[in-house]
Ligand binder design. Structure first.
Ligand code: FAD
Length: 389
């Protein structure tokens, strides 16, 4: 299988299997045809492209490397390449899939009963049913471990009360994984089905990053959930953490996709745009910026491939995944800023793509554990000293 075209200075493609190359090519073609032409408009109108998402579902590539019923078998590397390509097209589109497969399906696959997996995973893998993951609260983001939403047993039900914030797809999801504190003081997980009375979602407006995915502020008032919808594997925050750390390498791949889009756009622009009678690309300072961008993109590719291969061998540690997330989002912010600079005034126009990526990487920098929190996780591992409090 031929490698898809795109930046690949150290021939990463040579390390991929024929199946990984096939997946990469089909997502790349989908992104070029269906995502790139529309993404600026979705962003401007803060419009969630659920119709294009349905089309994507028909490719049979939703599963993020999970192994449950009805889920297409993808290596971690293939899943990473998908996230990279989707992010190259549109960060919101990639995040929609990150919420669906990375967080909601993974919670069910890791912590659900056999019956819950059979019921939810096959239609979620086809994107016929959408999922959300509700952990963050208005008063608890980085310290999600201190969450205040309560779950109280009442007969055959649990009753949930509390509030959640920033929940991707929280307004449209068919099933929301809600994390709450049980009567034993431990964190438990519940599958809250669409239309359950007491569940209210208000879309957060005015976002300047990832504008086209809806994030919701959710209030839970006496929400009754049948005991059969409690995730049996979720017994403490450690179990929530297992889901989160498994998605972290995916954020590094997403950051790589944003940086790739910015670099490729800047290179094409620098070759074509003339000032002082010559292409921008002929100026030494411009070449320096392009080479700095390429160096970071290439380093991110090596990081991403290595962490995915470690995950495939069952050897990826939480702190390695945290380091990949920190490095990826930090470098992506630098690369998109350089690209924006190289495009001059056009660098702030949606039409030229880079400004959208620049805004969108800000969310990656923060979500699923901020850069600072991931740094503290790695710092604790290096020194044996926790600097969180
Ligand atoms: P805070 O925790 O208030 O942090 C503010 C600043 O303080 C950060 O710079 C942080 O690094 C720093 N800080 C905090 N504690 C420390 C410390 N001990 N030492 C040093 N610095 C510290 N959540 C979900 O549950 N589901 C979702 O689907 C979801 N989607 C999201 C989508 C978007 C676009 C965004 C922006 C967020 C989303 N989140 C979601 C929430 C996200 O995970 C949180 O925003 C994130 O964990 C940070 O929490 P916070 O915003 O409350 O910031």
């Amino acid at each position: 299988t031929a490698a898809p075209t795109g930046v690949d200075y150290f021939d990463i493609a040579a390390e991929l299997t024929a199946e990984e190359l096939r997946v990469w090519t089909s997502v790349r073609e989908f992104v070029d045809a269906r995502v790139l032409p529309a993404a600026g408009g979705w962003w401007e109108r803060a419009e969630m492209p659920l119709d294009v998402l349905q089309e994507y579902g028909r490719l049979g590539l939703v599963g993020d490397g999970l192994e449950g019923p009805g889920i297409p078998r993808l290596s971690h590397t293939a899943a990473g390449l998908i996230t990279m390509e989707l992010s190259r097209g549109d960060g919101s589109f990639a995040t929609l899939l990150g919420v669906q497969a990375g967080l909601a399906m993974r919670s069910i696959e890791f912590l659900g009963s056999e019956e819950q997996k059979q019921r939810w995973l096959p239609p979620m893998a086809r994107l016929e049913l959408l999922g959300a993951f509700a952990l963050t609260e208005p008063e608890h983001g980085s310290d999600a471990v201190a969450l205040e939403t309560r779950a109280v047993r009442d007969g055959d039900d649990y009753v949930l009360d509390g509030a959640k914030r920033w929940i991707g797809l929280g307004d449209v999801a068919d099933v929301v994984v809600v994390w709450a504190r049980g009567e034993d003081g431990q964190i438990q997980g519940f599958l809250v089905e669409k239309g359950t009375p007491g569940y209210q979602a208000e879309v957060i407006t005015g976002k300047a990053s990832l504008r086209s995915i809806h994030n919701a502020h959710i209030t839970l008032t006496g929400v009754r959930v049948p005991a059969a919808n409690k995730l049996p594997g979720a017994r403490s925050f450690k179990d929530t953490g297992r889901v989160l750390s498994a998605t972290r390498a995916g954020i590094a791949w997403g950051a790589l996709g944003h940086a790739t889009a910015a670099y490729e756009t800047a290179l094409a622009y620098a070759v074509q745009r003339k000032q002082f009678g010559q292409p921008l690309a002929s100026f030494q300072l411009v070449q320096d910026k392009l080479v700095r961008m390429l160096a970071e993109v290439t380093a991110m590719q090596l990081y991403c491939l290595r962490v995915s291969r470690l995950a495939e061998q069952g050897r990826l540690t939480d702190t390695q995944a945290s380091l990949a997330k920190v490095n990826g989002t930090r470098k992506a912010r630098e690369v998109v800023a350089l690209a924006r600079d190289l495009l001059g005034g056009n660098g702030i126009l949606l039409e030229h793509r880079v400004a959208r990526h620049m805004a969108d990487v800000e969310a990656l920098h923060t979500y699923e554990g901020t850069e600072s929190i991931q740094t503290l996780i790695v710092g604790r591992h290096l020194t044996g000293i926790s600097a969180f409090t």
